[in-house]
Design a protein around this ligand. Structure first.
Ligand code: GDP
Length: 298
């Protein structure tokens, strides 16, 4: 039993190393191992099939170059295909040309959205931006408070309805906050929206209403990398229900498999932009497809 994709592939490639040529049988055996490894890592079946097919085609089609032995060559192919599926280059945030940049966060409850909002705010501050957080999760008891506490920890103001938790209309809160941010010359507004335990129509409607009201420059879908195949179902539901420009994977510090990243990027065509990898507010960075590919392989 191999726990992770990287273990599995590492073992496969160990068997390949030292071989002089890569025969059709070698390619098939490698493809089989990659397939099993990806399935074990919870990569969605259509993605696995496409990936393995692409690797096999390239492995057959390429001349064995002088510099690499066949095993190294197939590792290189797997690496390149992983990077391609994961989005190629790191996709950077798009900032508004004038007025504050609006970033809206969407995702299920427990995905790590509220934590992420504060992490992103801190990261933006470190980039020289002047961000503000907006609490539009008025559903979950304590969500506003939690955002306020985190905002305080990172030294970023939090706009929230004055009456406190569980009251107010998130769409009006969002709209008023963008205006206030503009007046007070904050340059990035991060809007935290309500999550539910499961995907539901009301959640989608509320998120799309907020989106329509604030016209975000970026909608980011926040998803827990640990939830395996469910991540794909959720990612699709949010793509249809709200739409988003990029993905943030959280809890990559856990049993950090490449599965969710690969499946979501491939099936939604949206790049993973940020990675959240711990409970500390500094555990956050841009998502680097090449690093994730190496992590999967090494
Ligand atoms: P929300 O319901 O989506 O707003 O989720 P929260 O931000 O409240 O996070 C849910 C739980 O996940 C909290 O206990 C967080 O401390 C934890 N959490 C969030 N991000 C990460 C992460 O990257 N790694 C780990 N290990 N835990 C995280």
């Amino acid at each position: 039993m191999f726990a992770t994709l990287s273990d599995r592939l590492a073992d496969t490639f160990k068997n390949l190393r030292g071989k002089g040529r890569l025969s059709e049988a070698d390619i098939d055996a490698t493809a089989r191992e990659i397939r099993i490894a990806l399935l074990e890592a919870d990569v969605a079946l259509p993605v696995v099939k496409e990936f393995v097919g692409a690797v096999k085609d390239r492995a057959r089609g390429e001349e064995v170059s002088g510099a690499l032995n066949p095993a190294q060559q197939i590792i290189k192919i797997v690496n390149e295909e992983l990077v391609t599926i994961l989005g190629g280059e790191t996709r950077r945030l798009r900032y508004a040309k004038s007025g504050p940049t609006v970033i809206m966060l969407a995702g299920l409850q427990g995905a790590g959205k509220t934590t992420l909002a504060a992490k992103l705010a801190l990261w933006l501050k470190d980039q020289g931006k002047s961000p503000v957080l907006v609490a539009c999760d008025l559903q979950r008891p304590n969500a506003v408070k939690q955002l306020q506490v985190n905002g305080e920890r990172v030294g970023v103001p939090v706009f929230a309805p004055e009456a406190g938790n569980g009251v107010g209309d998130p769409v009006s809160v969002a709209r008023a906050s963008i205006e206030e941010a503009g007046r007070k010359l904050y340059d990035v507004v991060i809007v935290d929206t309500a999550g539910r335990l499961g995907v539901d129509a009301e959640l989608m409607q509320q998120a799309s209403d907020i989106r329509d009201a604030v016209n975000p420059d970026e909608v980011l879908f926040v998803v827990d990398a640990m939830i395996g195949q469910d991540a794909v179902v959720t990612a699709r539901a949010f793509l249809d229900g709200v739409g988003y420009d990029g993905v943030v994977l959280t809890k990559l510090d856990g049993d950090a498999r490449g599965g969710a990243a690969l499946s979501i990027a491939s099936l939604t065509g949206r790049p993973v932009m940020f990675a959240s990898n711990g409970e500390k507010l500094t555990d956050f960075d841009l998502f680097h497809p090449d690093r994730m590919a190496s992590r999967i392989l090494d």
